[in-house]
Design a protein around this ligand. Sequence first.
Ligand code: IPT
Length: 958
Amino acid sequence: MSVTTTTEYVEDVSPGSGALPPRAWYASSDAPSLSLNGTWRFRLSDTADAEDDSFAAPGYDAGGWPEVSVPGHWVLQGHGSPIYTNHLYPFPVDPPRVPTENPTGDHLRVFDLPDGWPADGGAVLRFDGVESCARVWLNGTDLGEFKGSRLPHEFAVGHLLEPAGNVLAVRVHQWSAGSYLEDQDQWWLPGIFRDVTLLHRPAGCVLDFFVHASYDHTTGAGTLRVDSDTDGRVSVPELGIDVPTGEPVTVPVQPWSAETPRLYEGVLATEGERVPLRIGFRTVELSDGLIKVNGTAVLFKGVNRHEWHPERGRALDLATMREDVLLMKRHNINAVRTSHYPPHPAFLDLCDEFGLWVIDECDLETHGFTEQGWRDNPVDDDRWTPALLDRAARMVERDKNHPSVVMWSLGNEAGTGRGLTAMAEWIRDRDASRLLHYEGDADCRDTDVYSRMYASHAEVERIGRGLDGGPRRRRELPLILCEYAHAMGNGPGGLADYQRLFRSYDRLQGGFVWEWIDHGIAHPGLGYAYGGDFGEELHDGNFVCDGLLFPDRRPSPGLIEYKKVIEPVTLTGDGRAGTVRITNGYDFADLSELAFSWSYEVEGEPVQEGTLSVPALAPGESAEVKLPAVPAGAPAGEALWTVRARLAAGTAWAPAGHVVAWGQVPVTERRVPSVAATARPVPGDGMITLGPATFDARTGAVRTIGGVPVTELRLDVWRATTDNDDGAAWQSDPRYGPLWRKLGLHRMRHRLDAVAAGEDALTVRTRVAPAARETGLATVYRWTSDGDRLRLTVSTAPDGDWTVPLPRLGIRFGLRAADRVRWYGGGPGEAYPDTRAAALTGRWEAAVDDLQTPYVRPQENGARIDVRWAELGGLRIEGDPAFFLTARRWTTEQLDAAAHRTDLVPGDTVWVNLDHGQHGIGSQSCGPAPLPRYHLRAQPAKFSFVFSAIDSVSPTTL
Ligand code: IPT
């Protein structure tokens, strides 16, 4: 072998040399294979050519090198650090050149062939993913080098293999020309992060093959044709199919859809190999301006999925991929965009099996060129076109046999250019059976679907109505939101409003929430780390934590909300008529797999429960179903029906009884608490006593209620701003978080104007206002009592020129001890005005600690909505009207100041907020602000709370 330090290939725009042409990926066949995953020797250098390649020669002693796990990223295994940038390249933009400081990891693995490895035939070495550029040697022979991090590369190695002591050497460079094409919004994580496998290739083996399995919904017949580079036979015993490759056969079949993922087991047998096939018959087309599968328009209820694991980064194991799919199915999600690169190939097997529509996206993003007005963008420079075509081919060839893949996407945020058109042309020529997507193609010249990101509700509605104008081709196409509802921190708000639009206009075929999971990195000192936590020179902070799942895959409230908003059955009703209207919102399935039940509840307590018989409605059909008679002898009080649709039997993705959809039908309204003002304020000893409470006579501040000490009760308008409150710097609409701070709402002062103990009330007048501003809130606290119970009525009126909404409006106070909270109202999770679809009215109980939503960057969270009454810390609180309840062991100011979960240290006071209003959440961390109807306007308001000591009032008294 030649000893060389040449690394010119690193900055070469070509995709590489030496690798075999791309072909279909499959997990198993009857040919032997050997996984080379496991522990490898590893050496890190600072530059691409710091070391010569003598390590690749047999006999090299790497015994002193540390070890790393493959698949893995070395920066997550103690060597160097990860870097997070959204779209900025973390190196000078001078394509295709990369910095001299180019972390380079030499990987070494010695392996023996297993017993029985056939002596004849060939072998290929397959790399499923290496970031960003690798050069490979086997037994000292240079096999070549490649780029295209999330795409497979194979090398022919049969002639080089020895029975024992094979030396596989891989040099991986963090930066390469390929990095310019991989500027996705995620951590930069070099390494061999997907499987490495040695595959025996017997003589006469299967090379590439293409399963064409279409479905004609007018006849119910499926047509199968398997094209194969090696002739052979295709059999599908269940369908009685046994035909030569290349020959079409048409038989009656059950079609594949995401809702009914019917797969048929088959075999492709050539002279040398048998490859199992899983065939799903389905036809994807654009017809009548709509995306149709098997003749039916589909509605995407999707998510954008980056691959993520908080310890292993993008090196996902099968169990994690499976967990993602199960979580999606259990939360009513029916579609995935593989943002922004083809996923581990096994993920697509799971999508076929469990049923998810997939937009498979190519490993391409050049977003950083936006900084220079897209000058020098590789996708508009012919020198790069071969690399782009290589990427397109590696994706399509690898994934073409998956029924779940219904669209190819050229990439993300890569501007526009000839290279993209070349990719589109190549893809169409190779696979006419799927549609093409690329959001950056605003005119839809190369694409089959009009795709937008973060469009406002108003714009989506305009497009739905066909009032959006634009080029003709685009006007004839359906819309999908390839990204919307930015799930960063608390939120996203406004999901239900989008879904209403999607349901109302055929042209709107749904969307994909950004994004599936927070990319927080497990960190001993910080909980989860995000951008900047590794000392990066440039970074984008916690913009990398914007998922519906927390990094540990626990669902965030956003996912619970999304599940409710996209539920496939809607249940609405008329309590007085005693009916419930049930609508089947599936595109393909009837309701025969669901069992319906009802529960009649008074004041949140179930009085009686039963089952509801519902016809097996076809997709789109509705029925009015009579509810039973109101149970005889039901107690008086606020009553409602809760109707649930559950899986009647277990499925592959959830057990029997899993709730798919629910609805609540009010019957009688709530009675608001009334307290006769019969008690008199009694002064004495610097204190005033009123009913069960004592007050400071000088300040009018409440001290105890029923013996329970209460501290610092006063008006509160501040919340620890959410990522959506703060908004993204580029937003042109007002960003309320910064405006609130500018106005000083986080440092309100309370001026005491008067304390008056009257005949039947204690009245405290104040003005609440920040330094340096004329704006304030004239605020009056009026306390009355019937002897047992204490009523506080807060009246507040804005004063001065208020142009912004308020973050919140209510009172806050401290309790010395409170562990468990019981409440009647919305639950079990948090809810805000525009994230409240999943709040189920009922009785709930939780520990104070469990009321907190652990956003990776702490911020306002945990409010329970529509609370009629709550009990905590020895107090019962009833609201008139119902209120938002928040309780936490730190103050809002501490929450506001925290950057990581570990900054929040419980104190010995529980801070309780009872809010009359909260500002909406919206999605402004990347998308639109809350809709105006969710703004909490500064306007005169009046609201009351009734306090009592729990022991002094029987729980049935309201
Ligand atoms: C959009 C990107 O496509 C996506 O990768 C991610 O960065 C998302 O934003 C924000 O989290 S681009 C957007 C700035 C329009």
